[in-house]
Write a protein of this length. Structure first.
Lengths: 117, 271
């Protein structure tokens, strides 16, 4: 029964449809999310058709993050998941950040790589 | 995660009296152990969980943990991509200009669409609509297969253009027009090769996940047609959906990072 107690602390009473692991989402919501993904796909193509220098990469990655968020929050139901599940999902992001921030900081802050002109 | 002993369509099977659950947990530790102790069949709830809600939460957590390890695995490749692109931006520009943006866009659409059909399949499992669950799973499978077929055509074209890295790889021989461009930016053909190493590793690992996904979706279609996901046992479909959506998310990042570096100005312009 300890797990149930933990769930209660996580603001997740078993019958609560808003925070249940068994959430039925209206079809219209899925269609809206898909439409949003299509808009973002067109946006990323349009942005790539302009030569904006460094901004091209920033725009492309920003749009990709937005698309991923739509999929994670709605298609993968994380928006309606328990807080514990959300923490697990967020933990993956934290590990990725450690991998990227520490490694790239090391490479960016040293002049040990021969860089082409 | 698929119960082998689902004999009852009763969705309220979760509310087995607690003593029965405890007695069962003493006699049957393996989920598939035969039930010779005379108690009623337990439906989709496994013995080591208190109730369906806890079982669902545990399954979901386990899957997200696995997805986290998947993010780590792809993360290493994304890190390699970031480093080499930072070191040799022009080589990545040069390599990316050989990819077919049209096919990449079609595949992105196909995969996003398959995520929609998978989400709808999960929904149908939740509302116990077996007919449409099977249909959406089949549609998802077809879209996933279409993605792999298009990718296969792309890889074939890459091979014939001499873009697949290997020993004695001579980019200049196949693409002599690139020689002055590379000289102008002070990069070697080995730098360009790094782009294609990263490209084939990332799209290859992604495609391997697609193949696993297709096998699972095909298997689940078969199970769904047999009615295995009725009677409150719909969560396996939800777990499969999480895996499918993760593959989609990986591609969401691969498409702009690999295909759109050179924009629509192949071989020219640049940063």
């Amino acid at each position: 029964m300890t797990q149930s107690t933990i769930n209660d602390h996580l603001d997740n009473p078993p019958g609560d449809p808003e925070h249940s692991t068994h959430h039925i989402v209206p079809v219209g919501t899925y269609l809206m999310v898909f439409a949003g993904l299509m808009v973002l796909l067109v946006m990323t193509l349009v942005a790539a058709s302009f030569d904006l220098g460094e901004a091209n990469l920033i725009i492309a990655v920003t749009i990709a993050v937005l698309k991923a968020l739509l999929v994670i929050l709605y298609f993968m139901h994380l928006r309606w998941s328990t807080k514990l599940t959300q923490v697990f999902a967020g933990a993956a992001l934290v590990w990725l950040l450690i991998l990227f921030v520490l490694t790239l900081a090391d490479f960016f802050s040293r002049s040990w790589i021969h860089m082409p002109a | 995660m698929v119960s082998e002993t689902q004999n009852t369509p009763d969705p309220n099977a979760a509310s087995v009296p607690a003593p029965a659950v405890e007695a069962a947990s003493l006699t049957a530790h393996a989920p598939d152990a035969p039930h010779g102790d005379g108690h009623e069949s337990h439906g989709p709830l496994h013995h080591h969980f208190d109730d369906m809600e806890q079982q669902r939460e545990s399954n979901t957590l386990g899957m997200w943990l696995f997805l986290g390890t998947e993010a780590m695995m792809f993360g290493g490749l994304f890190l390699a991509y970031s480093l080499y692109r930072w070191m040799y931006p022009w080589a990545f520009h040069e390599g990316s200009s050989h990819l077919n943006i049209t096919l990449g866009t079609i595949n992105t659409f196909v995969l996003l669409f398959s995520s929609l059909t998978m989400a709808l399949a999960v929904r149908c499992a939740g509302i116990k609509d077996r007919k449409w669950l099977v249909r959406f799973l089949i549609l998802t499978w077809i879209l996933g297969a279409a993605f792999l077929i298009v990718k296969g055509f792309e890889w074939t074209a890459d091979y014939h253009e001499g873009l697949v890295p290997g020993m004695n790889w001579f980019y200049y021989n196949e693409h002599p027009a690139a020689l002055p461009r590379l000289a102008e930016h002070g990069i070697s053909q080995q730098n360009v090769m790094m782009y294609f190493v990263v490209y084939f590793c990332m799209t290859g690992l992604h495609a391997a996940h697609m193949i696993v996904g297709l096998a699972l979706v095909g298997w689940f279609t078969f199970l769904a047609a047999k009615g295995r996901f009725g009677g409150g046992n719909d969560q396996p479909v939800e777990i499969l959906g999480l895996y499918w959506h993760l593959i989609d998310i990986i591609w969401i990042f691969l498409f702009p990072l690999l295909y759109l570096i050179a924009g629509f100005h192949p071989g020219g312009g640049g940063h």
